[in-house]
Design a protein around this ligand. Structure first.
Ligand SMILES: Nc1ncnc2c1ncn2[C@@H]1O[C@H](COP(=O)(O)OP(=O)(O)O)[C@@H](O)[C@H]1O
Ligand SMILES: [Mg+2]
Length: 305
């Protein structure tokens, strides 16, 4: 296997440890996937609903930018849903509206039966640039949401340690963010998002700039945790294969002003291994279908003809 490293030697070393750790955890992962107890989300029961959501911004020169236009979307409780669409179409804006960081200019967001009117404390949000606090080690970063919720220190740190283990970071509890590789930072951010048992996870391109192997490993870890905890997940990605491998539904958004172009239902078996599922004929069919929905204009390079 050939892995290319770009960063400094510290990152190289820790990436390698990270990868070794990933490999050693594969045996455990496969035992989880051997458990074929069926898991299905509950349609129409207490999930998230966007009703006619529109959102616009004004640029500094005063120009109005309509990001979202009349978005109607039903996300069932416990479903794993991916959002795909061109850059700048409003994917992060949708997550921000669900998180209560931003408000729709028209329409509303209903979360577990109630309209969102303030900060939504029921969610775990892994934002696009999810920074850990540089002055805290991994344990204290993961503990932070529990500390903020007033959970007693001993209990909180115990739970943080449990989640550090779940994401495969055991042994790195007392490392600082600067000592971790890109993949390890993502794992720590994932643990921090999961540790307070949110009913819903919002994940904004969480594995976007990782190398292919690491990305697959983290997809595996995420699905394994999700199979156990059954949160509702809204996952933004540019990677169509990733969207199919993980999701129950893939929502395809159009370019700005963005609306829902199509919702693709992924009826592949669960529990699912995001690596081997790619070789299923149904996966290939869905992949083709998704590509046909994405607006791609590629200029022909005549040098190749
Ligand atoms: N706070 C803001 N002020 C001005 N424009 C914004 C703001 N947030 C987002 N936008 C604009 O709204 C559009 C959608 O943004 P975003 O949701 O970040 O897109 P995506 O996540 O799909 O790449 C973009 O054109 C972006 O420039
Ligand atoms: Mg974005």
């Amino acid at each position: 296997m050939c892995v290319m490293w770009e960063n400094n030697s510290l990152a190289k070393r820790s990436d390698l440890n990270d990868l070794k750790k990933d490999r050693t955890s594969i045996g455990h992962v496969s035992t989880v996937f051997n458990d074929t107890s069926s898991y299905k989300y509950q349609a129409g029961s207490g999930g998230i609903r966007l009703e006619g959501v529109s959102k616009w911004f004004y640029r500094s020169q005063g120009e109005k930018v309509v990001a979202l236009s009349q978005i109607d979307l039903e996300i069932p409780k416990g479903a794993f849903v991916s959002l795909v669409g061109p850059s700048g179409c409003g994917k992060s804006t949708i997550l921000n509206c669900i998180a209560g960081f931003q408000y729709p200019d028209a329409g509303k967001v209903i979360f577990e039966g109630k309209e969102i009117r303030g900060l939504n404390v029921g969610i775990g949000y892994m934002t696009q640039k999810d920074y850990l606090l540089p002055w805290r080690d991994v344990l204290d970063n993961v503990w932070l949401p529990l500390q903020a919720r007033g959970i007693p220190t001993k209990e909180g740190k115990q739970r943080a340690l449990e989640y550090i283990k779940r994401v495969g970071l055991e042994g790195f509890e007392h490392n600082f963010p600067r000592e971790l590789s890109g993949g390890m930072l993502k794992r720590a951010a994932m643990a921090r998002t999961l540790v307070f048992h949110p009913s819903t996870l919002l994940m904004d391109e969480p594995f976007g700039n990782l190398d292919a192997q690491l990305k697959l490993q983290l997809q595996r870890e995420l699905l394994r945790i999700w199979h156990q905890e059954k949160q509702t997940v809204i996952f933004v990605t540019h990677d169509l294969e990733e969207a199919i491998a993980l999701s129950d539904m893939v929502v395809v958004l159009s370019g700005r002003p963005s609306s829902v172009k199509q919702v693709i239902h992924v009826d592949l078996p669960r529990p699912r291994d995001p690596i081997s599922i790619r070789f299923e004929p149904e996966f290939q069919r869905l992949h083709k279908e998704l590509w046909s929905l994405i607006d791609v204009t590629l200029e022909v390079d005549h040098e190749f003809h």
